[in-house]
Design a protein around this ligand. Structure first.
Ligand code: 13P
Ligand code: SF4
Length: 303
């Protein structure tokens, strides 16, 4: 912690001077999550909070699609991302042109895309979804068939919870696809009391072994509410580190799969971002209006 202190101090001072707020995803490292963030949350919470903040400058500590979503919802504000290369394997798995081809192949089928996509993809979308509202978004259409893209595993997990026919795409999260049911069963065998909770970006075989599945904030709330004596979070490593101080009675087992994109965001880069007002996220106005509609329809959906 002492090595972080000068950065924490400088960031918090400059943040005040500039009238900026820092939105951070649950996968940010503990020194970002606890020491410099104003608002933390899962993708849906961050999108909602982005519509509520008064500040003219938002520093998005997360990956690029999250910053782009904040820009879509706040076209007049300055949205900064401390490392513009912070991508996402799901977002990179599909382009707007791919979605246009899918729409030609499946005319009239509603398109639900995960927020983990570019603005270009969102512009071709009827309603966006996150891991916490995907089932509700899919169910909001009258159609018997829904395209749920680009995360194949999220779509398969949604398909188990709806009677609708779900068409999908072959995108995967490079972090969650690494977990296997066999490795989780080995933990259960070694300690049958352990609770296993997983993110819906995992393969359905992995989710089948879990005691609970939900968004990153859903997982955090589950641990805080149920206080399992031992728990394994089947997700990115920082989650356990971020919450363990709040639930000292819970023993976290940590099979560590890092998201290299989330880890591009560091305290020195956040400071740089505030000093130089970089990198500013810009969305092509030709696609921004349509992309914004897809995100707003999701936010306005009652669930
Ligand atoms: P959440 O919406 O659950 O926070 O998920 C975002 C993400 O990128 C998980 O890998
Ligand atoms: Fe994308 Fe997976 Fe990283 Fe989340 S954890 S940002 S889905 S690569």
């Amino acid at each position: 912690w002492p090595v972080y202190a000068p950065y924490v101090h400088a960031i918090n001072r400059l943040k005040k001077e500039r009238g900026a707020v820092i939105l951070a995803h649950n996968y940010q490292t503990p020194e970002i999550f606890h020491c410099v963030s104003d608002i933390v949350g899962d993708s849906l919470q961050l999108a909602r909070e982005a519509t509520l903040v008064d500040a003219e400058i938002i520093v998005q500590c997360g990956v690029h699609f999250m910053a782009e979503t904040s820009k879509l919802l706040n076209p007049e504000k300055t949205i900064l991302i401390p490392d513009v290369k912070a991508g996402c394997s799901l977002s990179e798995s599909i382009t707007g042109a791919d979605v246009r081809l899918l729409k030609e192949r499946y005319p009239g089928v509603p398109v639900v895309t995960y927020v983990n996509t570019s603005a270009d993809v969102k512009a071709e979308t009827d309603v966006c979804c996150t891991s916490s509202n995907a089932v509700a978004v899919v169910e909001s259409f009258d159609s018997d068939t829904v395209l749920c893209i680009p995360d194949e595993y999220l779509a398969m997990n949604v398909a188990k919870q709806t009677s609708k026919k779900i068409l999908t795409w072959k995108g995967h999260c490079e972090v969650h696809e690494r977990f296997t049911a066999a490795e989780l069963l080995a933990y259960k065998e070694a300690d049958p009391t352990i609770e296993i909770i997983g993110h819906p970006e995992c393969h359905p075989d992995v989710i089948a072994v879990c005691d609970y599945s939900g968004s990153t904030s859903g997982m955090i709330n589950y641990v805080k509410d149920t206080r399992p004596s031992r728990v394994l979070l089947v997700t990115e490593c920082s989650m356990a580190s971020n919450i363990e101080s709040e639930v000292p009675d819970v023993d976290f087992v940590k099979p560590c799969n890092l998201c290299p994109h989330m880890k591009r965001i560091t305290l020195p880069k956040i400071l740089d971002s505030l000093v130089n007002m970089t990198e500013e996220v810009i969305v092509d106005p030709a696609i921004a209006d349509r992309a914004r509609l897809a995100v707003e329809r999701m936010i306005n959906l009652k669930n």
